[in-house]
Design a protein around this ligand. Structure first.
Ligand code: GUN
Length: 303
C-alpha cells in the first residue's frame, strides 16, 4: 500500500451516502421480483424485551424495509417470553410463504438460549447469516447468507480500495455477528488476516502491521492514532455512547477508534455515526431481496 504523505488529508468513507445509493439500487429491483412472484419480498423482525437501543434498531429496520417496497412483519414480545413460545413463532415464520427473511434482534434476554433459537431459523431465511449452516457455507466458499455488518464493511473496503489481495488486515473482536465472519470475508478477498481480541498481547504492535483495520470491540475510542500504520484504511464498527456532558447532554456517540487521533495517520476512515451503521441496514435489505429471489428459484439480483 502506498505510504501516506503526512500532508494528505484522511478520506472520510461516507457509509451513509453509500448505503443510500445501495438502498436505491435495491428498491429499483423490487418491482421485478413482485412481477415474477406476485407478491412483495417480506422481512420478519423479532424483538424480545424492551432494550431501548434494540427498539430503535428494530424501528429503523422496519421503516427501511417498507421504504424499499417490501413487507415488514414486526413481532415485539415481552421480556419474559419463554424459549418454547419464541421457537414456535420461528417455526410459524419458517412456514409462512410471505416471509423471506427472519431476523431475531440480539442480544436476547439472558433467560433465553440464543444458539438454540438461531438453530431453528430456516437457513434460507436467515438474513443475519447466523445459522451454523450459513457460517459453514461461508467458510467453505459456498453461497451463504452473510451477516449484514461485516458484509457492509467488505462492500465499503472494496469500493474504496478495489482489489484487497495481499493486504494485511487486522480484525479486532471475535463475535459471531461481526469479527469471525469479517475475518472470513477478508480471507476470501485474499487478505492476510490477523484476529485480535481482549487477550491479544501487545495490541498496538499487531494493529501497526495492518493495511486494513476493522475495529469491533465495543470499547469507546480504544484504538489510538499512534497504533495505526501510516496510510492504513480503518473501518470502525463500534457505536458507543459516552457519558452526558454539557455540550452533548444525551452523551456523544463514538466508535472503537479515537477518530481525531487516527486522522493524521490514516488514508481513510469511517465516521461514527454515519459509517458502518447505515450499511448494516442496507445489507439487511440486500439479504432479504437475495433470499426472496433464491426461494423463488430466480437468479440473484444484480446489486
Ligand atoms: N444486534 C446488533 N446488531 C445486530 C444485527 O446485525 N443482527 C441482529 N440480529 N442483532 C443485532
Amino acid at each position: 500500500m502506498a505510504f501516506k504523505n503526512m500532508a494528505d488529508i484522511a478520506h472520510i468513507i461516507d457509509g451513509k451516502a453509500f448505503a443510500l445509493s445501495l438502498r436505491e439500487t435495491i428498491t429499483d429491483q423490487v418491482p421485478r421480483f413482485v412481477e415474477a412472484a406476485g407478491r412483495k419480498p417480506g422481512l420478519a423482525v423479532v424483538l424480545v424485551g424492551d432494550d431501548p437501543a434494540s427498539q430503535v434498531y428494530v424501528g429503523s429496520k422496519g421503516k427501511a424495509t417498507i421504504a424499499a417496497g417490501m413487507n415488514s412483519f414486526e413481532h415485539r414480545l415481552a421480556a419474559d417470553t419463554s424459549q418454547h413460545t419464541l421457537i414456535e413463532l420461528i417455526k410459524r415464520l419458517n412456514n409462512d410463504d410471505a416471509v423471506d427473511g427472519i431476523l431475531v434482534q440480539l442480544p436476547l434476554p439472558k433467560t433465553l438460549n440464543e444458539q438454540e433459537i438461531i438453530a431453528h431459523i430456516d437457513p434460507d431465511k436467515d438474513v443475519d447469516g447466523l445459522h451454523i449452516i450459513n457460517a459453514g457455507r461461508l467458510v467453505s466458499g459456498q453461497k451463504a447468507m452473510v451477516p449484514c455488518t461485516p458484509l457492509g464493511c467488505q462492500i465499503l473496503l472494496k469500493d474504496y480500495l478495489g482489489d484487497l489481495s495481499g493486504l494485511n488486515a487486522v480484525v479486532l473482536g471475535r463475535s459471531i455477528l461481526v469479527g469471525k465472519p469479517m475475518a472470513q470475508l477478508l480471507l476470501n478477498e485474499n487478505c492476510t488476516v490477523t484476529m485480535a481480541h481482549s487477550r491479544t498481547k501487545d495490541l498496538a504492535t499487531v494493529v501497526r502491521s495492518a493495511d486494513i483495520v476493522v475495529a469491533a470491540v465495543g470499547r469507546p475510542q480504544m484504538i489510538k492514532g499512534d497504533w495505526l500504520k501510516e496510510g492504513a484504511v480503518v473501518i470502525d464498527v463500534g457505536i458507543n455512547r459516552l457519558a452526558p456532558t454539557d455540550s452533548a447532554p444525551k452523551g456523544k456517540l463514538v466508535g472503537d477508534v479515537d477518530t481525531d487521533g487516527a486522522m493524521p495517520h490514516v488514508k481513510a476512515i469511517t465516521p461514527v455515526p454515519g459509517g458502518v451503521g447505515p450499511m448494516t441496514i442496507a445489507c439487511l435489505l440486500r439479504n432479504t431481496l437475495v433470499a426472496a429471489h433464491r426461494r423463488n428459484n430466480m437468479d440473484d439480483p444484480i446489486l
